[in-house]
Design a protein around this ligand. Sequence first.
Ligand code: ZN
Length: 556
Amino acid sequence: MVATASLALASLAAAAAGTAAPARAGDVAALQRAEARFAPVELKVDVSTLPEGERRALGRLVEAARLLDALFLRQVWAGNDALLLRLAGDGTPLGRARLASLLRNKGPWDRLDGDRPFVPGVPEKPAAASFYPAGATKEEVAAFLDSLPPGAREEAAGFYSVLRRAPDGTISVVPYALEYQGPLARAAALLEDAASLTADPSLKAFLAARAGAFGSNRYAESDVAWMALDGPIEATIGPYEVYEDGWFNAKAAFEAFLGVRDDAETAKLARFAAELQGIEDALPIDDAFKQRKLPAAAPIRVVNELLATGDAARGVTTAAYNLPNDEAVVAAHGSKRIMLKNVQEAKFREVLRPIAAVVLSPPDRARVAFDPFFTHILMHELVHGLGPHRIRVDGRDTTVRAALGDLSSAIEEAKADVGGLFALDKLLREGKLDRSMEATLYPTFVASAIRSIRFGANEAHGRGMALQLGWYLDHGALRAGKDGTLSVDAARMREAAAGLTRELMTLQAHGDRAAAQALLDRYATPRPEVERAVARLAAVPVDIAPRFPTAAALAP
Ligand code: ZN
């Protein structure tokens, strides 16, 4: 750790001393343009109704979350601490702009622009982050892991350890509890403090277990306690996602999400859960493909976020997440999904509405609203559980995922979207939703689809969205006017949504990969109508840049 940091410092000093290009005024403007892709928003949460003890507990959790933010910076790159210190001492406009970009990207590389460095003299973003020995190659680490007996290999290749080089040149395994001992001990003390302040027994249990895990390096029990959280405060804090480990997707990055449960949306979810069997029974597919008795759905919590740090606060802002990642815990206890409502609201206001103003016809853009947007996201999650999952192909038992292989995600995401439209339409016709949604549902969905396409038509969500837009255009449910704006025909949209639900779920029931490929080939290629619409969005922010005044007030 120390050796790598001083190396980085040396290279920075060399860059500052001469060879690197001196700062130009244009650098500040370029950094400001990059920053302008994110619309600044304040994520506030009303905590005034929480008892004093809960607010004080939240304050301790905010402090712990900040410690994990600093740990994540260390995980991304061993040189981050030194660079952060240097930029913090640089009061010039360029220094301040670089510091802001470093904090947004959690390192001196632009995550939205292919990890392009924006501070001269820094190396390329290390794919291995700082999880593996400085100077080691991926092949060397893979060979080391393969040389270990099974038990030791599991720990070395697992979520909660780093690999370091010992003085004699050999590689050793260092558990997080040791590598990050000081900050984790302080975070554990704050969690224990918060546990003593809260009156919610489920939060008490989780925080005590997680504080213990920071010292013992054993996380499974606290993951199970997190699943059982059932009070006003929703806290996710610890090492979780593995994306930052670009070599093996094995090492967990530190992050924290702190939020307060949204009671109205939670009640809506409970209402929808009671409707799911009725929706399954009414699906526009052959009765033989329907589930006669749906299994219990995985828990979903709707939360308003008051702070996100570390891996949860880099680049594009997370609006929902599924945890834990530990397969052994998931197999035994399932997983839980958290939807961050105020994050979705901010994205709706700052990104979706401006998109609608550009791409939709004037009458349709006036119909775009937050309630259908968020309600459809909730229904999308529930619809993942409907329709065919375990299937029989050529006389043997398999799953849709296995049968469709690499196409399964794009088809499943499209199914959840379009099945969500089908389900909401059914509830609307039965008078179980506010009638106003009849007019707002489809235009809002189309604006949301264009937003997803903008993130790339190659990943599963984007490809599934391209498929749907192609289908709606071909079925006359969506039309481009002379000025290039898109108009929705609600009656045809309703029919087209039922038709595509039937198409997707039937090919899933047959495990028919060839049919999935043919459908994607025919409909998922971006249409000129859609490409023209996306091309006009250059001035619309890509995402939001949250500030957290509630957290700042709870722990000044
Ligand atoms: Zn989904």
